[in-house]
Design a protein around this ligand. Sequence first.
Ligand SMILES: Nc1ncnc2c1ncn2[C@@H]1O[C@H](COP(=O)(O)OP(=O)(O)O)[C@@H](O)[C@H]1O
Ligand SMILES: [Mg+2]
Length: 507
Amino acid sequence: MEGRILEKQPVIEMRGVTKRFVDVIANDKVDLKLFPKEVVALLGENGAGKTTLMNVLFGYYNLDGGEMLINGESVTFSSPKDAINHGIAMIHQHFTLVQTQTVLENVMIGMEGSFFLNYKKAKDKLLAIEKEFGFQLDPDAIVWTLSIGEQQKLEILKALYRGAKILIMDEPTAVLAPTETIELFDTLRNLVKSGHSIIFISHHLQEVMDICDRVVVLRNGRRVAEATVSETTIPELASLMVGRELLERLDKGKSKTGDAVLEAKDLKVKNNRGITAVDGLSFVLREGEVLGVAGVSGNGQTELSEMLFGEIKPEEGEIFIYGKKIPGGSPAAVIAEGMARIPEDRIKTGLFMDLSVKENMILESHIKEPISKKGLINMKEIRIFADNCINSFSVKTDGMDIPVKSLSGGNLQKVILARELVGNPKLVVACQPTRGLDVGAMEYVHQAMLDQKVSGSGVLLISDDLDEIFLLSDRVIVMYEGKIMGEMSAEEADRDKIGLWMSGVIS
Ligand SMILES: Nc1ncnc2c1ncn2[C@@H]1O[C@H](COP(=O)(O)OP(=O)(O)O)[C@@H](O)[C@H]1O
Ligand SMILES: [Mg+2]
């Protein structure tokens, strides 16, 4: 009717959705609407209930309360098949592709009809979809030859092939390199233009600002806030998410720089594909400072940290801790000199996922007193040690005896911090220490590193998150293609200049 604004019909409406697990209410009367051609961000700390809510929407879980409507009609899903039939697709963080089959074969898996008869038709249809949305994936390429970004594209293609109009993306950018994220966002914009709607889960507030129209915030299973992206700011979103004002500017704390703790001289190493990854790199880290190593990931940071951790041997160059030359390629040697190591990949190199919390905590101190005396392990001391770690680092766990794999990402990182920092080491080397963590856990890690510095330790922070670098560092060096492009102090720090260095431009 004229003069009357008709509210658009949401494509999805979740009303008072509740989902309980044995000991936790993962979703507590959550309302969520998704309108046509809209990108809605689902924001919340680890454990807030985002994945569960999407699993309910995708028919993995039955609801314990509430209802769901698709285009205004009440629906009940008993499996993902029902959701797919209603045009919903979920792109998981861990892909569900068959690695040994081709792109086209993966698209056709589970589709009805005889494979050979429909092969040509299917290929034409796939190519038409690729053309429409600007994908460039060879239908005959074998999946394992594809990059992660391409595999994700294939997951999206699979969804489109099945006629999905609603895409649920659970942390899609967590596995992507920055350039791949830009490509993904181009794809999402194309999808929206052609009438699709998207639910986007991410911890990265900047990404939410870049790609989303509206944000719904979950905390402890409840929907606590909603915001229109054009009317909000990153600090506002961050505080909605954690429920308190974020430390906008951390107090970096003061400390006097002292002796050189760690020195790298002309380090050189090739990566596992035989290409020079670190190319004549030198720096000195002193007591009482955080030295930030900035750079776009893939410029040798991983190899640098692996050399420092003793995991790979430099082909050339030397590493010194307090002036003492360290034999390359020996983790035991750097641990013996007191280096605390906070690795990039906590699951692969930081923790033994099947061992208990307490066993992971004593990994590096089990041969030292008081836990081990004259070769005998003292169980009581282990419990005292682990208890101290759990309390000092606020690790959320149902005790020290459960397998560490049952902890959330933020708490896994706290287990590593506890293990590495509890003895107040003089040297800390951290590589991407907050990758994949929510804002609350991130803040915790940042504070722990600053505390370490203020107490007089030297901290080397390797990170591709420039905000993190600026937040914590007293001095910044920038890595590009295995070399250091330049150095500046925190006082003279200039984002534009660092950005240029990160792209290989000397200014
Ligand atoms: N299958 C499950 N069984 C028991 N508890 C679960 C299960 N899945 C999730 N949870 C719990 O539900 C809560 C919400 O988890 P989740 O939806 O994964 O959060 P998010 O995706 O926001 O990190 C957490 O406390 C988590 O431990
Ligand atoms: Mg999740």
